[in-house]
Every structure is written in structure tokens, then in C-alpha cells.
Design a protein around this ligand. Structure first.
Ligand SMILES: [Zn+2]
Length: 356
């Protein structure tokens, strides 16, 4: 069980240097120009546990991502009081993507606009665009206020129901922000107009990233609410499941523990599930986030990406992938209902840095 967060973990009290930092950069997807080999980069986290090979100097890498995790109940209550909504934000992630060369910033799923603007101000960047994965309140609630405060802001997404939408995106569309490329991937299932965003930086050997909202989470996925099982299968297995395995997965919620507990029920003999669950429990005890994972990891333990695997078929008693997925969704929903109510999560702020 997660401990109640200390005040020090809350965003408004957080030190300038967040509690958790990491960095990586991205690689073009298949079919794009190969990066030059000299652009070596590796993850660096905390007090420099991960370092760039050879201690190379800072490079001129462009892409940096600042996630903000809305995991603390006190802030949720404040949001509830301001927003007048009964449902608190419990475990949402929102992200700020910064193009370091142009200092342009793009937000993904603005759950808490005030916090986002604080980060924008702290970073001294110019926020031009919001990418919304889907229309649900906890992902799009900040759009209207942000649009009011920042006239001219582009609010993009694939669903007309998205609050303050300025332009509707279509599947396969590509956007560019300086050196950062974004491919829009329609991923219906959780909602019919759910868009995931695949990002990479030109000429950089580090992994790309996907902002998968509620289409794909660490160890699971959002409930299927609006689409057919076949559509959801295409989203998960054919659209997201075929991205480069090194793709970093930045999802919309911190649901990893519950997801993996369900994955263990589905595949009790899967060592990858066991190992990831034990890692996730440790992260929870340490008040640390579990994003990002990689797609390659997800393929090993996420049952919703493993619908063709024999143990998953056996669990559901089905053989056709879409039917397996449909049965899994049903089982997951009843597993959720049977589980204890969610405990408050801890630690509200984290940041990943693309670039040194
Ligand atoms: Zn949702």
C-alpha cells in the first residue's frame, strides 16, 4: 500500500530540482532517416546513476519531457474544490514536451492547468500546443482554462468532444515542433476518438516515445468503453504493438500495480509479470512512479498485448485475438470491482529530461 504523501512531495512545495529526474532522447521510427552514430546518449537518473557512455559532453539534443504526476489526494481535493467536480483526479499524468532549440513547449493531457503553467514558467518556454489523447474529464479538463489564459493556443485531438478543441487530427497525421516529430495514431477502444502520439527527434539515436493516454498503460490498458473489441485489438496489437520495441511508453495514469496484479492472475507462470510486479511494489513503497516503460517490456507482461499467447488464450477460453481481448476486458473490469478501493498514492512531482 502506498504511504500517504508527505507535504514535501506535493507539487506546490516541491524543490526546484524534482525528486526524480531522468533523461533519454529519441530515435526516428522505421522508414525515416537513420541517425548519425556519434549521437550516443543514455539514461541518467537521480544522482547520475546512468551516464552517457564515455562521459561525453552535453549535446545539442532538442527533446525534453517533463511529466507531472497527479498522485496526491490533498491536491486532488484542492482541484475538486476549484473545479466543483465530485470525482477527484487521483492518479493522472500530464506531460510537457520541450523543444530545447526553439524553447517551444507542447503539453499532453492537461489535467491541472495551473500546475502546467507553473512548469512552463519555471522552464521559461513558450507553450504553443496541447495534444489531448481523449475527451475524458481527467485528461482534457484543463484545456478551456489554458486556452483562455493563452490566446492562440492550439488544442489538438481526434474527438470533437475534447474541450476547447481548435483542430481535429486524423490518423497518421504528422506534426513537427522544431526537431521533434509527432505521428498521430488513432487508438480507439477506451474511447472511439482516442489518439496516441508517437514522438521522435530527428538525428538522435535514443528511443522514441509514445504518449498512450488510456489506450495503453504500464501492464494494462484503459477500460473498453466505446469501441468494438476488434477495433481495440487493432489499436493495441497492430498500431501500438508494432512501434519500435525501445519506444518509451508514457501513459495517462499510474495504474501499474493493479494492472500487474491482474496480469499475474491471467498468467501466473509468467516470470516477466512476477518480476515487474515486484519492481512496481518496490516503486510504490519508495513513492516512485512507474512510467515510462518500454513497448518491448510491455510485450512481455501486458496481457492486452499478448492475446495471441497460449496462456492468455487459455485463461479466457477463447482463441480468436479479438475474442480473447473482449474476454480479458470483461475479466479486468470484474477484477477492478473486486479489488479494494484504491489507496491514496504518494509523491506528486517527477520529471524526466530529454537532454542533459
Ligand atoms: Zn479516460
Amino acid at each position: 500500500m502506498a504511504q500517504l504523501p508527505s507535504r514535501e512531495g506535493f507539487a506546490e512545495d516541491a524543490p526546484q530540482r524534482p525528486a526524480w529526474r531522468g533523461r533519454t532522447c529519441v530515435r526516428p521510427p522505421p522508414g525515416t532517416r537513420a541517425p548519425p552514430p556519434a549521437h550516443a546518449c543514455s539514461l541518467r537518473r537521480g544522482a547520475g546513476r546512468w551516464r552517457r557512455p564515455g562521459g561525453a559532453p552535453r549535446s545539442a539534443r532538442a527533446l525534453r519531457i517533463v511529466p507531472w504526476a497527479h498522485l496526491c489526494p490533498a491536491v486532488s481535493q484542492a482541484v475538486r474544490a476549484v473545479g466543483g467536480r465530485a470525482q477527484p483526479l487521483r492518479d493522472n499524468y500530464m506531460y510537457l514536451v520541450i523543444e530545447e532549440h526553439t524553447r517551444e513547449a507542447v503539453a499532453v493531457d492537461v489535467a491541472v492547468p495551473k500546475r502546467l503553467l507553473e512548469i512552463v514558467g519555471r522552464e521559461g518556454v513558450s507553450l504553443t500546443t496541447v495534444l489531448t489523447t481523449h475527451h475524458h474529464w481527467d485528461h482534457a479538463r484543463g484545456n478551456a482554462e489554458l486556452a483562455r489564459l493563452r490566446p492562440g493556443l492550439a488544442v489538438l485531438g481526434a474527438d470533437e468532444r475534447i474541450c476547447a478543441l481548435t483542430r481535429r487530427l486524423v490518423h497518421g497525421e504528422e506534426l513537427q515542433f522544431g526537431a521533434i516529430h509527432v505521428r498521430c495514431l488513432l487508438t480507439p477502444g477506451h474511447t472511439s476518438g482516442h489518439m496516441s502520439y508517437f514522438l521522435w527527434e530527428e538525428d538522435c539515436p535514443d528511443p522514441p516515445a509514445v504518449f498512450s493516454g488510456d489506450a495503453l498503460s504500464v501492464g494494462g490498458c484503459g477500460l473498453r468503453l466505446e469501441s468494438t473489441a476488434q477495433q481495440m485489438y487493432q489499436s493495441l496489437v497492430e498500431t501500438l504493438g508494432t512501434l519500435p520495441p525501445e519506444t518509451k511508453v508514457f501513459c495517462g495514469h499510474e495504474h501499474t500495480l493493479g494492472n500487474l496484479e491482474f496480469a499475474q492472475k491471467v498468467e501466473p507462470g509468467n516470470d516477466h509479470v512476477r518480476a515487474k510486479l515486484s519492481w512496481a511494489k518496490k516503486r510504490d513503497e519508495d513513492d516512485m512512479p512507474t512510467v515510462p516503460s518500454t513497448l518491448g517490456e510491455e510485450l512481455l507482461y501486458n496481457p492486452f498485448l499478448r492475446v495471441a499467447e497460449e496462456p492468455v488464450c487459455k485463461f479466457t477460453g477463447k482463441a480468436a485475438p479479438a475474442e480473447v481481448l473482449e474476454a480479458l476486458c470483461r475479466e479486468r473490469a470484474s477484477f477492478e470491482r473486486a479489488a479494494e478501493p484504491l489507496q491514496p498514492q504518494a509523491r506528486a512531482l517527477l520529471a524526466l529530461q530529454w537532454g542533459p
